[in-house]
Ligand binder design. Structure first.
Ligand SMILES: [Zn+2]
Length: 132
């Protein structure tokens, strides 16, 4: 993981200047291409192509270094991923007994005589003593 992020940083550090330098060379010689005479036209075309290749490599490196963290970011933002995370947390809580005790507390019925909240499995109200 750490080695991979280091690799990505290198790709970005190399890729961005490569992209910029490549773009400058490409544009510079592309503009020169039109103005130059026939003799240097070929050289300019070649250098322009070289600049474009540098730019393309730079873009590729930057994209490679960006794609991973971006897709990771979206994965955590997506609701299915969040649901899965929520479900696994809920499962973990249930397994540790946390969910069970909470459910027992939540399920209560109201006594029809006095309105006291009695647990569901109780036969008689613990406040007024009447049958539920
Ligand atoms: Zn009662």
């Amino acid at each position: 993981m750490q080695d991979y992020s280091k690799y990505k940083t290198i790709m970005r550090v190399v890729g961005i200047p490569l992209m910029i330098i490549g773009l400058i060379i490409w544009i510079f010689f592309f503009i020169n291409f039109g103005r130059a005479g026939f003799e240097s036209a070929q050289t300019n075309a070649l250098l322009s192509m070289g600049g474009f290749v540098l730019f393309a490599i730079g873009v590729m490196l930057v994209r490679l270094s960006i794609i991973r963290p971006v897709s990771k970011y979206y994965a955590t933002e997506l609701s299915p991923a969040m649901e899965i995370a929520g479900q696994s947390i809920g499962k973990g809580l249930n397994q540790s007994g946390f969910g069970k005790s909470k459910v027992k507390e939540v399920i209560k019925i109201k006594c029809p005589h006095c309105g006291y909240l009695e647990s569901e499995d109780a036969e008689f109200c613990s406040k007024c003593g009447k049958k539920l």
